[in-house]
Write a protein of this length. Structure first.
Length: 286
C-alpha cells in the first residue's frame, strides 16, 4: 500500500522491549527453557486464519529480533495488504527458544493492529462513493496510539490529531466553561500560534452560525442526524472543513457520508476492533 507513514524505529523498539519485559518477567520463558534444548533451530510460518488487512509487521519483526538477532523474519506481504484465511504472512527461521519466547508479543501486536486496519477498511469501503474520509479519534489503547493510528492508515482511513498538543479541538465542555462559542474561539485564537489548527464542536445549527461568524479551520458536527448534517453542510458552503461524529457505525456511515461532510470520525476503529486471528506454526526443527 502506498503513502503509509514509517513508524519510528526507536518508538517500535521501546514499545516492544517493554512488552517483552512484561511477558518474560524475572525468570524468562521457563516453559521453553524446560522443554527445548539450547542450540535447537527451527523454521516456522505466521499464517492468517481470518480475512483482513495486515498491519504491524515492523513490531512483529522487532519482537523476534530483540530476543535473538539471529532469527530471520521474512514477510510475504506488506502492511496494508488484504489477505484471505490460509495466507502465509511471514516465514521465520533461527534459534527455536528465542522464536517461541517472542511469539506471543509478536502476534499480539500483529493481530491487534491488523484488526484495527481490517475494521477501518470495512468502514472506508462503505463510503467510497462519496468524498468523505473516515478518521480515528483519541479513543485509543493507552501507549498504543501511534501504532493504532498507523493501522488506521493501513486500512485506508485518515488520522485525526494524535494528542492534546498538536491541534486545538474545542469541545462542549470547553464551550460551557468558556462562556459560549464566540468566547472559546476568541480565546483560542489569542493563545495559539499561526501553524496550529482550530476545530470546534457544535451540536446545534445556531452554534454553527456563531462559528462561521467568528471563523475556525474546521467544525465538528456532533451527533446530528443526516437531515441536520445536510443542512449544516449547506450553511458551511465550503468555507471550512466539516467533520461529523457520533453514532458512527458500519450501518450508519454511508448515510452520514452522503450528506456531504468532509470527514467522519469513529472511535470504533480503535476501541472496538476485533483482533485478527494469526498463528505461528513450527514447520520443522533444523
Amino acid at each position: 500500500m502506498t503513502n503509509l507513514p514509517t513508524l519510528p524505529k526507536l518508538l517500535v523498539a521501546d514499545a516492544v522491549r517493554a512488552a517483552l519485559m512484561e511477558d518474560l518477567g524475572r525468570a524468562g520463558d521457563i516453559t521453553t527453557q524446560a522443554t527445548i534444548p539450547a542450540g535447537v533451530r527451527a523454521k516456522a510460518v505466521i499464517e492468517a486464519r481470518d480475512d483482513g488487512v495486515i498491519a504491524g509487521l515492523a513490531l512483529a519483526r522487532e519482537a523476534f529480533a530483540q530476543i535473538d538477532a539471529g532469527i530471520v523474519f521474512e514477510p510475504c506481504v506488506e502492511d496494508g495488504a488484504h489477505i484471505a484465511p490460509g495466507v502465509i504472512v511471514a516465514h521465520l527461521q533461527g534459534p527455536a527458544r528465542a522464536m517461541l519466547s517472542a511469539e506471543r508479543v509478536a502476534l499480539n501486536y500483529l493481530g491487534h493492529l491488523s484488526g484495527v486496519a481490517t475494521l477501518t477498511r470495512r468502514f472506508a469501503l462503505k463510503i467510497l462513493h462519496t468524498k468523505a474520509k473516515v478518521c480515528d479519534t483519541r479513543k485509543t489503547t493507552p501507549l498504543l496510539r501511534a501504532f493504532e493510528k498507523y493501522a488506521v492508515r493501513c486500512g485506508g482511513g485518515a488520522n485525526h490529531r494524535f494528542g492534546l498538543d498538536d491541534a486545538i479541538l474545542i469541545k462542549d465542555n470547553h464551550i460551557a466553561i468558556a462562556g459560549g462559542v464566540a468566547n472559546a474561539l476568541r480565546a483560542a485564537k489569542a493563545f495559539t500560534g499561526h501553524l496550529v489548527k482550530i476545530e470546534i464542536e457544535v451540536d446545534r445549527l445556531d452554534q454553527l452560525r456563531e462559528v462561521l461568524a467568528e471563523g475556525a479551520d474546521a467544525v465538528l458536527l456532533d451527533n446530528m442526524p443526516p437531515e441536520m448534517l445536510r443542512e449544516a453542510v449547506a450553511i458551511i458552503d465550503g468555507r471550512m472543513i466539516c467533520e461529523a461524529s457520533g453514532g458512527v457505525r458500519l450501518e450508519t456511515i454511508a448515510a452520514i457520508a452522503e450528506t456531504g461532510v468532509d470527514l467522519i470520525s469513529a472511535g470504533a476503529l480503535t476501541h472496538s476492533a476485533r483482533a485478527m486471528d494469526l498463528s505461528l506454526d513450527v514447520v520443522v526443527g533444523i
